[in-house]
Design a protein around this ligand. Structure first.
Ligand code: SF4
Length: 378
């Protein structure tokens, strides 16, 4: 939970649960193992499918905090041990350029929440690490936190504010990003907890002073939840994330339309490839946020401003609010890399003016909510 955040499209964040069941930005271990085997088999005829799993499991067993669990977290924490092992055993597996395998593992986890958990939660490689109790024990171990939602609801009212640092937020109520450190809809088993913990806080008199922007990569589960509670209250904007135009991502967009909520938004971040506007049906969508990828420079995908421009024009043509969040760590414009001081590319005073991307809009609903809808949602 954070009263203040640097995320440009909200004011605060809160996580009724921490941790997540993963997505393409933090894939399941089977997907990483498959990539490791593929790369190693390319390099050595002695490597067989399944070797990555065998080696890693034996490394887990001998790690300072021994574990038998094949998880993405454990693979990540054993990545250097894997490299050392391979460098020392050339007869058995042939010569493997372990830096390639290291890169596969490091590139596979780009979710910010997962990365923070990797650094702050438990590690099989470091039994002495001081674990932060505000985080799930590992990212995969989804953990409920009682009291966070109501505490957040009590934050002071921002309605009608003048925000000099973020003028695009002028006049708006406090906007609270729900689930930035995991996905509260990872498990249906958390429904009862969310009904008791999250919904009363959002509907409370304090909670009604704010807008709750609830993001999930599992809009189908969110739709089911919204049905069980008789629809989200009017101060909830239901949101999902797209990162590309593959079937799984576009399916999320259709599933978001099934959620019973007054307002719906898409976070298209990190955008890793062009998402053709012809494939983005914006019916029943109120808001689109776009951003390039941030993270370690050697691991990020380039972000072409032309992709964002296409989406901006698509939003304008469909009457949908467009919010350009950040250009990311590796922005390109007209085929050339752009150097920015802000490592996330979030300072819009640095953006090339001719790209026309200095646009940070919110759905008109957000502004009308601040004046007409409060105290009317129970
Ligand atoms: S928190 Fe979100 S981005 Fe991260 S792994 Fe879960 S669904 Fe993916």
């Amino acid at each position: 939970m954070s009263n203040k955040t640097k995320i440009q499209w909200c004011d605060s964040t809160v996580n009724p649960t921490m941790g997540c069941a993963g997505c393409e930005l933090c894939p399941d271990p089977a997907r990483i193992l498959k990539q490791l085997d593929k790369e190693a088999m390319k390099q050595s005829s002695l490597w067989k499918s399944g070797d990555a799993e065998k080696i890693l499991l034996s490394l887990f067993e001998h790690a300072p905090e021994a574990s038998s669990k094949m998880t993405t977290t454990n693979i990540y924490h054993a990545r250097h041990a894997l490299c050392e092992y391979l460098n020392g055993l050339k007869e058995e597996h042939g010569v493997i350029h372990s830096d390639q395998l290291l890169r596969i593992i490091e590139r596979s986890v780009s979710c910010y929440a997962a990365r923070l958990h990797l650094n702050k939660a438990t590690s099989i490689g470091n039994p002495y690490r001081k674990v932060n109790p505000g985080y799930a024990p590992t990212f995969e171990e989804i953990t409920q936190y009682t009291g966070r939602m109501i505490k957040t609801a009590r934050l002071h009212d921002l309605c009608g504010r003048i925000d000099k640092a973020s003028p695009w937020k002028d006049g708006l109520p406090r906007m609270i990003f729900v689930s930035d450190m995991g996905d509260a809809f990872s498990r249906k088993a958390d429904f009862d907890f969310l009904k008791e913990e999250a919904m009363p806080a959002i509907k409370s008199d304090d909670g009604q002073r704010h807008l709750w922007l609830w993001l999930t990569k599992r809009p189908k589960t969110m739709a089911r939840f919204s049905g069980e509670i008789g629809g989200f209250p009017k101060n909830v904007c239901a949101m999902t994330t797209l990162t590309c135009a593959d079937k799984a991502n576009l399916r999320r967009l259709d599933q978001l339309r099934e959620v019973d909520a007054a307002c719906k938004g898409l976070s298209i971040e990190p955008l890793r490839e062009r998402l053709p506007s012809s494939q983005l049906d914006l019916s029943d969508i109120d808001w689109v946020i776009v951003g390039g990828e941030s993270g370690a420079i050697r691991n990020v995908h380039p972000f072409h401003l032309e992709w964002a421009l296409e989406l901006k024009e698509h939003c304008q043509a469909n009457g949908v609010a467009f919010f350009m969040k950040q250009l990311g760590r590796a922005p390109h414009w007209k085929g050339q890399s752009i150097k920015l001081k802000n490592t996330h590319g979030g300072d819009w005073t640095e953006w090339p003016a001719e790209a026309g991307l200095n646009v940070r809009e919110f759905p008109p609903y957000f502004r009308s909510y601040s004046t007409t809808n409060q105290h009317n949602i129970k």
